[in-house]
Design a protein around this ligand. Structure first.
Ligand SMILES: CC(C)(COP(=O)(O)OP(=O)(O)OC[C@H]1O[C@@H](n2cnc3c(N)ncnc32)[C@H](O)[C@@H]1OP(=O)(O)O)[C@@H](O)C(=O)NCCC(=O)NCCS
Length: 152
């Protein structure tokens, strides 16, 4: 099992079973070992992977991450200063290194977020977006002959 997903799953289990201090210990260990803030009360769907151990990544606890996503390192997913709402990430979403996703945005299923992108608006399902601010660059045709991005 993916190291970060496994650590989060254990600390989330303790949190859900009213043993929050042990869940918090798991969060602390991930911070020390991977410099990653992956809160025990975050929602992460099954099959989601962090191929580079989420190094330097940070997630707001109320963020929702779907199933079978791939999240590279240095990623930030959280609030947008002074604005209400937090990102909801769909299933099979691929998030490139150092992407930043902020505020009340929905990332559709099978979307790809390019490295270093700053996402401030909803991303349609199957869209590939990149840049700061992130803009649509193409459709993700994975499953229709084209495979994007290369498997990790
Ligand atoms: C978004 C991504 C998947 C698109 O890949 P692609 O389909 O091969 O896209 P292309 O390289 O053909 O680029 C299409 C256009 O988007 C631009 N673009 C691609 N990625 C970009 C990015 N991350 N930020 C800004 N613009 C980007 C290209 O410059 C190009 O623009 P142009 O047509 O004006 O020249 C890829 O560029 C990416 O960012 N992958 C993440 C890789 C990563 O995180 N690696 C970490 C390794 S540890």
């Amino acid at each position: 099992m993916d190291k970060i997903f496994g650590c989060w799953k254990v600390s989330n289990w303790f949190y859900r079973h009213k043993m929050r201090p042990i869940g918090a210990l798991g969060r602390f260990i991930m911070r020390v070992v991977f410099s990653a803030d992956v809160p025990y009360n975050l929602t992460i769907g099954k099959g989601t992977r962090f191929p580079h151990c989420a190094l330097g990544s940070l997630f707001h606890p109320a963020v929702v991450i779907g199933e079978n996503c791939v999240i590279l390192h240095g990623v930030t997913v959280g609030g947008r200063s002074g604005r209400h709402g937090l990102p909801v990430i769909g299933n099979n979403v691929w998030i490139g290194a150092h992407a930043i996703i902020l505020g009340n945005v929905k990332i559709g299923d099978n979307a790809i977020i390019g490295a270093g992108s700053v996402v401030l608006h909803d991303v349609e399902a199957n869209a590939v977006v990149a840049g700061n601010p992130a803009r649509f660059i193409k459709w993700n045709n994975a499953g229709k002959g084209e495979i994007l991005p290369p498997p990790m």
